[in-house]
Design a protein around this ligand. Structure first.
Ligand SMILES: C[S@@+](CC[C@H](N)C(=O)[O-])C[C@H]1O[C@@H](n2cnc3c(N)ncnc32)[C@H](O)[C@@H]1O
Length: 232
């Protein structure tokens, strides 16, 4: 496991956004109380495919899955793979648990809380895919340290992805796009940007499913960018 020292950017609290919104409906509360505990990532200890799914299988991890549409659709598409999603927003988690129930997904595990806390408990080279889709942009320069895309987290992403594994990042925010490209350039020993021409990052490819936020962004006339990086 990668060891992170006290004072490392990862040890700071990375949960800056809201963790709950409107009051849950009774059915949603039941999903949280009854189904979530059955599919929750254990609160402590190493997180492996064997431990979560009873066998070795390709693992996917989604940071900040929102309401879980992307996670559920990808899990539906790849039933032999294992999917882990982390999201602190209670209402989003409730909706995601509903997708797991409605699609009868046996290959999804969820964590309500900070993605980096779970990611650190995965064995190095344990992941085949890592998704960071429309992370909160924190556009003000003084909030740049709050962005998920920063050197500490990206080092963690590199440690946890296996060689040939893929990091997918989506954003529609020009400040975040420039920031993400710059951060990733500093890590080009670990990651190779797969885009060769603009259509490669202007359109989703490789079974990339648009998220709820991505669809809203296009409806409102913004342009989502889709960055795919291969772990060297
Ligand atoms: C703009 S939303 C995008 C949601 C979803 N990915 C989509 O594209 O529809 C960003 C999400 O990241 C979540 N988030 C923020 N910090 C996080 C963290 N440390 N770990 C996991 N999720 C986080 C927020 O709660 C929020 O739901």
């Amino acid at each position: 496991m990668t060891a992170f020292k006290p004072g490392d950017p990862l040890t700071i609290n990375r949960l800056y956004g809201r963790s709950s919104g409107h009051k849950l409906r009774l059915g949603q509360q039941e999903l949280i109380d009854r189904l979530l505990p059955q599919i929750a990532v254990p609160a402590q200890g190493e997180v492996t495919a064997e431990q979560l799914f009873g066998e070795d299988r390709p693992l996917h991890f989604e940071i900040g899955f929102g309401s879980g549409e992307h996670l559920a659709d990808r899990a539906d598409m790849l039933p032999d793979h294992g999917f882990i999603g982390a999201e602190p927003f209670l209402n989003g988690v409730a909706t995601a648990v509903g997708h797991v129930r409605d699609k009868h997904l046996a290959n999804v595990r969820l964590h309500m809380g900070d993605a980096l806390e779970v990611l650190q408990r995965l064995p190095d080279s344990g992941l085949s895919f890592l998704y960071l889709l429309h992370p909160d942009p924190w556009p003000k320069a003084r909030h740049a340290k709050r962005r998920m895309m920063n050197d500490g987290p990206v080092e963690l992403f590199a440690a946890k992805l296996k060689p040939g594994g893929e990091l997918r990042v989506a954003t529609d925010h020009p400040v975040y796009l420039e920031w993400a490209l710059t951060v990733m350039q500093r890590h080009q020993d670990s990651f190779e940007w797969t885009a060769e021409k603009p259509p490669d990052f202007l359109h989703p490819s490789g079974g990339w499913i648009e998220t709820r936020y991505g669809a809203k962004s296009r409806r409102e006339g913004r342009r989502p960018y889709h960055l795919r990086y291969r772990r060297s």
